[in-house]
Write a new protein. Structure first.
Length: 267
């Protein structure tokens, strides 16, 4: 097993309640659901969710494990990215750097399989949480990522750390994935492969709003991994933009360029 890999069955994503083998010809897109996909407020790169200050430190009252300044930095880096249509190895390298992660053995799984597709920024005090209560389904109760987070995180993004956490449980409301449950943290972005051919992906923020999209070339993750990645979010808010693209409601000028929306309601 790679360092930091979630303890799942080899094809554990098949057990997802949303899983169905998604062939390119057999995909039927859900009804358009991108009505509220307006992008997060990145004007001056303010934190796009409700934030409070305690003892001089910003914190997110809904997800207090979030490294607020670090998440803001990641969003800024993602916004500054150019085209994500190049060779997959180069695109993945850009995603790691924007997310505050080194490219090394411990991060070799990041964005390369179905499940490790969440870029999470967490404060140091929660980075050693390990799902001891089993609250995240299909994840080991000793999912100890702390040492790997500390070693692989780029310090220039700010306090706390980054990691590519597991997506499973993200189809639920509220999300029940590793970021939100084990670390009580928002995700800076989730990578979601878009049906029906899974040749492009979209990056969405913690509320499922589009940040960037790409159509990489070269040696992509296996088609089953790309299909499984979508299956893990299908039916939830993180699939909305992918579903809109698949159904032809393709609105990059709204979802990716007009960075004017306010903080997410109730976020």
């Amino acid at each position: 097993m790679r360092i930091g890999a979630c303890v799942l069955a080899r094809l554990g994503w098949i057990a997802s309640p949303n899983f169905r083998l998604l062939g390119m010809a057999g995909y039927a897109a859900p009804p358009p659901v991108c009505a509220d996909c307006s992008p997060p407020n990145l004007d001056n790169f303010q934190y796009p969710f409700n934030v409070e200050v305690k003892e001089g430190i910003e914190y997110d009252p809904k997800y207090p494990g979030t490294a607020v300044a670090r998440l803001r930095s990641v969003l800024k880096k993602v916004h500054e990215l150019g085209s994500l249509d190049g060779d997959w190895a180069d695109v993945r390298r850009l995603l790691l750097a924007a997310g505050g992660l080194k490219e090394d053995y411990s991060t070799s799984h990041a964005f390369n399989d179905d499940n490790h597709c969440d870029l999470t920024t967490m404060v140091g005090s929660v980075s050693h949480n390990q799902n001891a209560d089993g609250a995240v389904a299909m994840i080991s109760r000793s999912n100890q990522l702390g040492p790997h987070i500390a070693k692989a995180s780029l310090p220039e993004h700010g306090p706390g750390g980054s990691w590519s956490t597991c997506t499973n449980g993200a189809h639920l409301t509220p999300p029940s994935d590793v970021a939100h449950i084990q670390f009580s943290s928002r995700v800076a972005f989730k990578l979601v492969w878009v049906p029906p051919d899974f040749s492009q992906f979209v990056l969405v923020d913690d509320e499922g709003r589009e940040l960037k999209r790409g159509r990489p070339t070269g040696s992509l993750p296996h088609i089953r991994s790309r299909q499984g990645n979508y299956a893990l979010v299908k039916g939830g808010k993180y699939a909305r933009v992918a579903d809109a693209i698949a159904s032809g409601e393709d609105r990059p000028s709204v979802c990716a360029s007009s960075i004017n929306a306010g903080p997410a309601a109730g976020g």
